[in-house]
Design a binder for this molecule. Structure first.
Ligand code: FAQ
Length: 320
C-alpha cells in the first residue's frame, strides 16, 4: 500500500518536474527532482567550484612578480574574484544536499575533477594575458548559457560570475595588446604564451559531442543549453577577429571557415593530451593538488577557531 502511494506521488512529482523544465521555469531547492538530476548538478557545480579554487594557483603565482603596482592590484583582485566564484558555487551545490566539507575532501583526496586547463604552467608574465584572454574567454562562452540553467541557485550564481569574468577577459586582452605592441621580444613572449594556452583552452569545452556521455541528458534537463562542440565553435569564432586586433598568429594553422556549413573547421585537437590531464598526468596536476592540500592543512587553525567561536556563541544564546 505504502509503496503504491509513494509510486503515485513520484509519478506526479516527476510530471510536475517535467512540466517545469518544459516551460523553461526554474527548479528550486524545495522542489522534488529526480535523483539523477540532483547528482548531475552536484557533479557539475562542485567540479566547477573546484576549478575556480584550483584556478587561483597559476595566477597567484604571478602576484609578487607582476610588472607594476597597478598590474599587481588588478591581478590580486582577479584571483580574489575566483575565490568568490568558488564560494558562490559551493553554496549552490550545498542546496542539493552535499556539505562543503564533503566536496572539499573529494577535491583534496583526488576523487573530484576540476578543469583540465589549470594543470598547465605559467612561465612568463604574458601567460597572465593568455589566461585572461583565452581561459576566461572560454569560460564566458561556456558560462553565459549556464545563467539560464534550469536549477535556480546555479543559474543565479552564474549571472554574477559572468559579469566578473568579462572584466577578467578584458584585462587579459589588454595585457597581451600592450605586449604585442611593445618590443619584438615582448611580442614574441605574447605569441609564445598564446601558443601554450590556445589548444588547452579549446579542451576546456570538454570532449567532442560523440564522446560526451553527459551532454544529451544535461541538455534535455536544460542544465547545459549547448553542446561542447557548439560552444567550442562559438569560442573560435570570437577569437579570430581578436587575434587580428592583437596582431598575433592563431596557433591552429588548419583553421578555416566553411561558408557552406557556417562552421569553423579546426585542426585536430590532441585528445590524448586531454585524457592524460584528466588522468592526473598533466604538466602541473601533482603540484596543484599538493598546494591545495597544504593550504587545507595550514588553514586548520582557522576552521578550529571558527568552530570554537560558533560553539561559544551558541552556548551564550542558550544561557541567555
Ligand atoms: N576538464 O560528458 P562531458 C574558469 C569531464 S572555470 C576536466 O562532456 P559535462 C574560471 C567531465 O567532467 C572552468 N574534466 O561532461 C577561471 C566528465 O567527467 P565525469 C570550469 C572535464 O559535465 C578562469 C567527462 O569529462 N568551468 O575557467 C573537462 O556534460 C581563470 C565527460 O565530459 C566549468 O566547470 C575539462 N575541461 O560537460 C578560474 C563550467 N571537460 O564527471 C580561474 C561548468 C569534460 O563524468 C582562472 N561545467 N570533463 O567523471 C560544464 O559546463 C561542463 O561540466 C563541461 C563538461 C562542459 C566542463
Amino acid at each position: 500500500m505504502t509503496t503504491s502511494v509513494t509510486a503515485v506521488e513520484t509519478t506526479e512529482e516527476q510530471a510536475h518536474f517535467d512540466a517545469l523544465i518544459e516551460a523553461d521555469l526554474r527548479i528550486e531547492p524545495r522542489d522534488w527532482m529526480p535523483e539523477a538530476y540532483r547528482k548531475t548538478l552536484i557533479r557539475q557545480i562542485s567540479q566547477h567550484a573546484h576549478s575556480e579554487i584550483i584556478g587561483m594557483q597559476p595566477e597567484a603565482n604571478w602576484i609578487t612578480r607582476a610588472p607594476s603596482l597597478k598590474r599587481k592590484a588588478i591581478l590580486m583582485a582577479k584571483v580574489q574574484d575566483e575565490a568568490g566564484h568558488g564560494l558562490y558555487l559551493y553554496s549552490a551545490a550545498q542546496t542539493l544536499g552535499i556539505t562543503r566539507e564533503e566536496m572539499n575532501m573529494q577535491l583534496i583526496e583526488g576523487r573530484a575533477r576540476y578543469s583540465s586547463i589549470f594543470n598547465y604552467h605559467t612561465p612568463t608574465w604574458a601567460d597572465m594575458g593568455a589566461i585572461g584572454w583565452l581561459v576566461d574567454g572560454a569560460a564566458i562562452c561556456n558560462q553565459v548559457p549556464l545563467c539560464r540553467a534550469s536549477y535556480g541557485p546555479y543559474g543565479r550564481a552564474m549571472v554574477r560570475i559572468c559579469k566578473e569574468e568579462s572584466f577578467h577577459q578584458r584585462q587579459g586582452f589588454e595585457i597581451l595588446l600592450e605586449l604585442a605592441q611593445g618590443t619584438p621580444e615582448q611580442k614574441q613572449m605574447a605569441q609564445e604564451a598564446v601558443d601554450r594556452w590556445y589548444w588547452p583552452a579549446l579542451m576546456m569545452f570538454g570532449p567532442s559531442d560523440d564522446a560526451s556521455p553527459n551532454s544529451a541528458r544535461s541538455m534535455a534537463w536544460k542544465i547545459k543549453r549547448f553542446s561542447n562542440d557548439e560552444l567550442r565553435q562559438r569560442f573560435v569564432g570570437m577569437c579570430v577577429p581578436q587575434f587580428e586586433a592583437l596582431g598575433l598568429e592563431c596557433p591552429d594553422k588548419d583553421l578555416r571557415f566553411d561558408e557552406e556549413t557556417g562552421q569553423w573547421i579546426m585542426g585536430e585537437i590532441d585528445w590524448s593530451e586531454f585524457e592524460a590531464v584528466l588522468d592526473g598526468r598533466g604538466p602541473a596536476n601533482t603540484e596543484r593538488l599538493k598546494r591545495r592540500r597544504e593550504a587545507h592543512d595550514s588553514g586548520a587553525w582557522v576552521r578550529e577557531a571558527a568552530t570554537a567561536y560558533a560553539r561559544k556563541q551558541a552556548e551564550a544564546r542558550l544561557a541567555a
